[in-house]
Each structure stands twice: as structure tokens, then as C-alpha cells.
Design a protein around this ligand. Structure first.
Ligand SMILES: Cc1cc2nc3c(=O)[nH]c(=O)nc-3n(C[C@H](O)[C@H](O)[C@H](O)COP(=O)(O)OP(=O)(O)OC[C@H]3O[C@@H](n4cnc5c(N)ncnc54)[C@H](O)[C@@H]3O)c2cc1C
Length: 385
């Protein structure tokens, strides 16, 4: 049975994350959004707080937390700034989790401590210019050479791509094998032939680094492969199932942040001689935000409970990601409406919330792909083949 009450430890961890976010992240969120710079100091502080790789065991630099507690941290950081939240999601879910699950002991010792302490960030290179939702159709090619592999191809929209020291690169080893030929490689980003270029002019997430990666005959040794040939798709899906949970948690943060600032504004802003929050149509908008926030959080906590108890959760994680990401956009939009003209400028958080929330229905599986996963899970029929 799912118990939604938090333990004393979870309450403390949530409170610490809330305080940290309010003191160190929220005050610089708008400045970073305007400058469009990736804030390396915040990345370092997130690591010092133990938020990168928090669900990994202590021996690899993690904190041994469960998914529900991880979700609490991600919600609080996501409420303050989605760009900062991205550092946690990419480091923990997209990179550390697959290395921990599929890596050899040597690979784990080599990469996980650096991800957790922030000294050697990682990035996740799955998307390509011609390969997005159909992730199994990788064009990046890995060719066997003596003692290793040579990898060539392009990776598109890669978060932390300019700052990572190692990239998880998904590549095809034998096009005739289809997805059974896919493999994942741990590629040091200072390898000859590896370059990263910033993708500019995004709608939002301005302070989150996004890069296009080019691999031109990059050579890696045999022991750079994460998992086996044929396991590449499984490695990617394992990462994404954790990543979707993390994105959902960040979106709960945007929902909650939209609601909180709207309540505050509605109680203080006066029109017609009364606080606008006393008007029923404003309360309708606030009630909609409460509903979207609560339902998103409940779906997230259910997915977390299933992960923590080792139960299948593909359906529940996709439901949480789909609902929370769509709700985050809707809540940010409602919050702008509550704030009136002030919501349209960056004096208050809703405008940034809306720009940042928008990407959440695109990455880690678009909303359409989440619906196809949900449909497949309940009908047993796969529409993605
Ligand atoms: C800011 C940002 C950060 C990102 N970070 C990363 C990262 O770190 N690593 C990484 O690998 N990728 C990353 N991505 C890429 C992201 O995961 C992809 O953009 C996403 O998977 C969608 O792929 P696509 O853009 O190629 O769209 P497409 O797959 O071309 O989809 C276009 C449209 O067609 C729809 N569609 C596609 N197939 C179907 C179908 N079968 N049925 C119905 N509709 C369908 C989609 O839902 C969408 O609406 C990032 C993207 C952004 C914008």
C-alpha cells in the first residue's frame, strides 16, 4: 500500500533543499536566464549539497537516497530554476544511473565519483539531427578497430555538452542488426575528433547548456563500451525511465512555484478596491493550479514508490512525466494571467517558468511518445514499430 506521509528524514531533506534553493538559486535565476550563461558555481554547489547522483550508493559518491526523496530535492530545485534542475537530472538520471546499472566496476570507479562531486560532469548523447523520437534509428556509427572502436556522427541538443568531461554516446555497430547492433560508449570529451558547439536562441532554459556534438573518427578502447553490443537501446531506455521521473519532479516544482507566486500576488494586488484573489474568476485559476500541482505530485510519488519497491513502473513514470510536463506549461500560463501585465515581464517568475516548462513536453520522449508508451502498456500493442 502506498503511504504518502514523509519520514522525518525526508522532511528534513526537503526543507534543506527548499532553503538552499531559496537562498542560492532563486536569487540568481533571472540574472542567469538573461545572461544565458551556464552557472558553473551553481553546478558546483549542487554537487556540494550532494544533489548530483543522490540515488547512488555512498561508495560511488552518492547519498544512497530513494527515488521519492530524490523527487523532493528535484522539485525544490526545479521550482527555483529549471536550468539548475537540469544539471541534477542529466548527471543523476541520464548519466550516473546507466553507468551504475550497466558499468563494469572499473567504469563505475572511474566515472561516478566525478559526476557526483561535480569535478567531471557527464552528458547523454542519444538525439541526432535525423534521429529523435525514433531513438533506435541511430546514424552515429561505431566501427571495430584493433583494440577498440572508431566512432563518427553527430549528436543534437545535448544538455551539458560543452561542460561534460565524458559523453555517453549511442552508436550503431552494425546497421544490418538494427537496434540489436546498438551500443553505448563512454567517450572522453577531450578525445581527438570530438567537438561541441553551443546551440543558441532557445525559447527558454537559457542558462542550461545545450550543444551539438560532432565525432569525427573518435577512437576509444574496447573497455569504453557501457554494457554489451545490442544493449545500447536498453541502456538508453533505462536512463530515460529515470530521466522522465526527474523531469516530472522538476515540472511539479514549476507547478508549485506558479501556484505559490500566484497566491502571494492575488492576496496583495488590489483592483476594484479589493485583493484580486477575492474575485471568483481569479480563484478559479488558482484552483486549477492547485489541482494540476497535486495530481502531478501524486503521480510522481506513485512512480517513485514503485521504483523504490522494485516494481514495474514504465506506465506510471510516463503518466507522471506526461501529466506533470503538460501541467507545468498550463500552470505557468495561468500564473501569467493571475499576474496580469506583470506576468508578461521578468519582474516575477511566471514568464521564465513558461519558457522553461515548454521543453519538458519535448525531451525525454515527447508527449506524443509518452501517450504511445501508455497506449502500448495498456493494450499490449506497440504503435512505435
Ligand atoms: C533544450 C533541449 C535539451 C535536450 N537535451 C538532450 C540531451 O541531453 N540528450 C539527448 O539525447 N537529447 C536531448 N534533447 C533532444 C530531445 O530529447 C528531442 O528533441 C526529443 O526526443 C524529440 O526529438 P526530435 O526533436 O527529433 O523530434 P521528432 O522526433 O522529429 O518529433 C517531431 C514531432 O513529431 C512527433 N512524432 C514523432 N514520432 C511520432 C509518432 N510515432 N507518433 C506520433 N507523433 C510522433 C513528436 O511527438 C513531435 O511532435 C534535448 C532537446 C532540447 C530542446
Amino acid at each position: 500500500m502506498i503511504d504518502f506521509s514523509l519520514t522525518d528524514e525526508q522532511e528534513l531533506i526537503r526543507e534543506a533543499a527548499r532553503e538552499f534553493a531559496a537562498k542560492e538559486i532563486a536569487p540568481v535565476a533571472t540574472k542567469n536566464d538573461h545572461s544565458g550563461e551556464f552557472d558553473t558555481h551553481i553546478a558546483k554547489r549542487l554537487a556540494e549539497m550532494g544533489y548530483l547522483g543522490a540515488i547512488l550508493p555512498d561508495e560511488y559518491g552518492g547519498r544512497g537516497l530513494d527515488y521519492r526523496t530524490y523527487g523532493l530535492i528535484v522539485e525544490e530545485i526545479g521550482k527555483a530554476d529549471a536550468a539548475a534542475r537540469t544539471v541534477i537530472s542529466v548527471s543523476t538520471s541520464l548519466c550516473a544511473v546507466p553507468i551504475f546499472k550497466f558499468g563494469t566496476e572499473e567504469q563505475k570507479q572511474k566515472y561516478l565519483p566525478g559526476i557526483c562531486d561535480g569535478s567531471a560532469l557527464a552528458c547523454f548523447g542519444l538525439t541526432e539531427p535525423d534521429t529523435g523520437s525514433d531513438a533506435a534509428n541511430q546514424k552515429t556509427r561505431a566501427v571495430k578497430i584493433d583494440g577498440g572502436w572508431t566512432i563518427s556522427g553527430q549528436k543534437m541538443f545535448i544538455s551539458l555538452g560543452n561542460y561534460a568531461k565524458v559523453a555517453l554516446v549511442f552508436a550503431q555497430t552494425d546497421p544490418e542488426l538494427g537496434y540489436k547492433g546498438l551500443a553505448c560508449f563512454l567517450v572522453p570529451t577531450d578525445s581527438p575528433g570530438f567537438t561541441a558547439a553551443t546551440i543558441k536562441h532557445k525559447l527558454g532554459m537559457h542558462a542550461s547548456d545545450t550543444a551539438e556534438l560532432s565525432l569525427d573518427a573518435v577512437e576509444v578502447p574496447d573497455d569504453a563500451m557501457l554494457g554489451q553490443i545490442g544493449e545500447g537501446f536498453k541502456v538508453a531506455m533505462t536512463a530515460l525511465e529515470s530521466g522522465r521521473y526527474s523531469v516530472a519532479a522538476g515540472c511539479v516544482g514549476i507547478c508549485a512555484g506558479s501556484l505559490e507566486c500566484s497566491i502571494e500576488y492575488a492576496k496583495t494586488r488590489e483592483q476594484f478596491g479589493k485583493p484580486i484573489g477575492s474575485f471568483q474568476l481569479v480563484q478559479d485559476m488558482i484552483a486549477q493550479m492547485v489541482l494540476k500541482t497535486e495530481t502531478s505530485r501524486l503521480l510522481l510519488w506513485r512512480a517513485g514508490y514503485l521504483k523504490d519497491t522494485g516494481q514495474p513502473n514504465t506506465l506510471e513514470t510516463s503518466l507522471a512525466k506526461l501529466h506533470a510536463s503538460e501541467s507545468a506549461i498550463e500552470c505557468a500560463n495561468l500564473a501569467i494571467q493571475v499576474h496580469g501585465g506583470s506576468g508578461y515581464v521578468d519582474d516575477y517568475p511566471p514568464a521564465r517558468y513558461l519558457r522553461d516548462a515548454r521543453v519538458a513536453t519535448l525531451y525525454e520522449g515527447t508527449s506524443q511518445i509518452q501517450k504511445l508508451i501508455i497506449g502500448r502498456q495498456v493494450t499490449g500493442l506497440n504503435a512505435m514499430v
